[in-house]
Design a protein around this ligand. Structure first.
Ligand code: HEC
Ligand code: HEC
Ligand code: HEC
Ligand code: HEC
Length: 157
């Protein structure tokens, strides 16, 4: 064969060999040691523990119930917001109350309009979350003056 054919061929073989050697050093020892399985094939075994140790930020309302029983009971009972998590409005509970003595309370209209801004749906599909038009619904007043955030169908004076 001609040199100009062989030379790139040798080069390709050389690169391939370099990759195989580098792989020996770079791939961690616990990669793929668990044998073939359809779902969780190639992964690093220690990665499983790393995800187990991952700090959880959102704890769920059962956690709040220990100390804010009244609010949790209110939300759980017949509230229109029973499906909305406490931490959706108050932020993640991790570290509260030990390091973060109080979670934030946001009474702005924007807080509620995240979910209640009226969306333009096609004629026959209507959202399960009732929407309002910001500038037509009781402008310049906080929503919570009239709606209890923990039980929004309740009348507020
Ligand atoms: C171990 C008890 C405890 C747990 C669990 C707990 N809290 Fe609290 N929380 C407190 C204490 C104590 C305060 C500060 C005292 C106060 O202002 O009522 C507080 C304050 C707050 C405040 C501010 C109240 C205010 O008037 O300024 C909010 C909001 C709040 N917590 C929400 C939550 C949510 C949501 C959860 C669940 C993710 C939660 N808390 C879990 C004890 C707890
Ligand atoms: C839809 C948003 C929303 C959800 C969901 C929500 N909150 Fe609130 N929360 C508010 C707002 C807004 C205020 C301030 C109310 C006001 O000033 O009238 C408040 C006030 C509070 C307060 C201080 C006043 C009080 O009632 O003691 C606590 C504590 C609190 N929330 C805990 C909780 C807990 C626990 C949950 C879950 C069971 C929860 N919240 C769910 C929006 C929410
Ligand atoms: C995370 C999304 C979310 C947020 C944030 C939220 N809501 Fe809601 N809201 C809902 C859902 C879901 C419903 C229940 C829809 C149903 O099942 O009928 C609801 C129901 C309501 C209703 C009852 C409407 C009716 O007559 O049926 C009112 C009023 C209301 N919300 C006001 C508020 C106010 C005020 C705030 C701010 C403090 C707020 N919402 C924040 C999701 C949200
Ligand atoms: C001045 C008092 C007042 C304020 C402020 C207010 N609302 Fe209302 N809202 C009402 C009353 C009264 C009704 C029921 C009559 C109606 O349907 O218009 C209502 C109805 C609703 C409904 C149900 C609409 C439906 O189609 O079923 C939602 C959702 C709602 N409000 C969300 C909000 C949000 C979000 C804010 C803040 C951006 C807010 N409201 C501010 C008094 C208020």
């Amino acid at each position: 064969m001609k040199w100009h054919v062989l030379r790139p061929l040798w080069l390709a073989i050389g690169v391939l060999a370099a990759i195989l050697v580098a792989r020996q050093f770079l791939v961690p020892d616990d990669f793929g040691v668990h044998g073939p399985s359809f779902t969780y094939n190639y992964h690093r075994l220690s990665n499983v523990q790393e995800w187990k140790d991952f700090p959880v930020k959102y704890l769920g309302r059962e956690y709040c119930a220990d100390c804010h029983r009244r609010n949790v009971r209110r939300l759980n009972r017949s509230s229109a917001h029973s499906k909305v998590e406490c931490e959706n409005c108050h932020g993640p509970g991790a570290g509260h109350p030990e390091e973060i003595t109080a979670l934030p309370i946001n009474t702005s209209r924007e807080q509620c309009l995240r979910c209640h801004a009226l969306l333009d749906y096609p004629e026959n599909g209507r959202s399960v979350v009732p929407g309002i038009v910001d500038r037509m619904h009781m402008r310049r007043r906080d929503c919570v003056e009239c709606h209890n955030p923990h039980d929004p169908r309740e009348e507020r004076k």
